[in-house]
Ligand binder design. Structure first.
Ligand SMILES: C[C@@]1(CC(=O)O)C2=NC(=C\c3[nH]c(c(CCC(=O)O)c3CC(=O)O)Cc3[nH]c(c(CC(=O)O)c3CCC(=O)O)/C=C3\N/C(=C\2)[C@@H](CCC(=O)O)[C@]3(C)CC(=O)O)/[C@H]1CCC(=O)O
Ligand SMILES: NC(=O)c1ccc[n+]([C@@H]2O[C@H](COP(=O)([O-])OP(=O)(O)OC[C@H]3O[C@@H](n4cnc5c(N)ncnc54)[C@H](O)[C@@H]3O)[C@@H](O)[C@H]2O)c1
Length: 215
């Protein structure tokens, strides 16, 4: 098994090609859309959701089989057809253009794989088994989703806001560090769950009390 390098890639506004229109293509296209990519789907059939995206203009759907020119100008390519010969042709075309290529059920024809991901706003926990067991990656995601609840999105948004405030207003680096450390605690997380509306005010109050000491 090849060692893999984990990386978070900015694909906003980048053209990405998904070939195939089945459930796997839909899942891969959904992840690309969530990351802000411009997605083109090429397939003579498509799931109802892909068709809906096409109607809404969220994806460009070419209702026909793959053609070698489809990938021109694309940042990355995903081959998710059920036809091996087509998948291999997509791989060769992408490789020639130096593109990122993922052939869904052929890890040897991938220069990147897609991890299973827990998303809570900007928090992303990506799980890779290095291709050993995608089913295990999925199970670990489902387990983590139970531990990392929806409140993490609000909590992380608040931490970001408080961090900016602390960086702008606290001059002493030690105090800055200890404030951020104290905001990252189970107590605040529980507060996000218990009092989602009031927690922001309490955090601001907590920081303010230390700023008064500083002044
Ligand atoms: C994580 C996830 C992301 C995503 O696809 O979005 C993903 N596969 C998912 C699900 C899943 N895939 C498969 C099953 C059926 C059960 C099973 O076989 O286990 C299930 C489970 C299900 O569908 O319930 C079958 C399968 N997948 C691959 C092969 C070929 C092979 O292993 O050789 C075969 C056998 C095909 C055959 O039977 O011939 C290959 C890959 N699949 C990967 C990713 C990459 C490695 C990730 C890693 O490091 O683990 C890699 C290498 C390439 C890639 O596709 O990027 C997503 C879970 C999303 C979630 O969280 O819900
Ligand atoms: N469904 C799964 O969870 C799963 C998991 C692992 C692997 N796979 C494999 O991944 C592949 C895709 O899975 P799926 O469930 O989405 O399959 P699917 O049969 O639902 O979809 C295949 C799609 O490929 C399209 N297609 C076929 N030939 C094409 C061509 N020449 N150009 C463009 N599009 C073409 C078809 O129109 C169809 O939309 C299959 O090989 C499958 O064995 C599926």
């Amino acid at each position: 098994m090849k060692p893999l390098y984990a990386m978070m890639v900015d694909i906003t506004g980048r053209r990405c090609l998904v070939v195939g229109g089945g459930s796997v293509a839909e899942r891969k296209a959904a992840a690309l859309l969530e990351a802000g990519a411009l997605v083109k789907v090429v397939s003579p059939s498509a799931t109802p959701l892909i068709q809906k995206w096409a109607l809404l203009g969220r994806v460009e759907w070419k209702n026909r089989p793959y053609a070698p020119t489809d990938g021109i100008g694309c940042f990355l390519v995903i081959a998710a057809t059920d036809d091996n010969q087509t998948n291999e042709a997509i791989y060769r075309d992408a490789k020639e253009r130096g593109q990122w290529i993922n052939v869904v059920d052929q890890p040897e024809l991938c220069n990147f794989t897609v991890p299973s991901t827990v998303k809570r706003g900007p928090l992303q926990i990506a799980i890779s088994t290095g291709g050993a067991s995608p089913s295990l990656a999925k199970k670990i995601r489902q387990d983590l989703e139970k531990s990392f609840g929806e409140e993490y999105e609000r909590y992380l948004g608040l931490l970001q806001e408080m961090r900016e405030k602390v960086r702008a207003e606290v001059k002493d680096p030690r105090l800055r560090y200890s404030l951020m450390k104290e905001l990252v605690s189970d107590e605040w997380l529980i507060e996000c769950r218990r009092d989602p509306e009031g927690v922001r005010g309490k955090m601001l109050g907590f920081i303010q009390s230390h700023l008064s000491v500083q002044a």
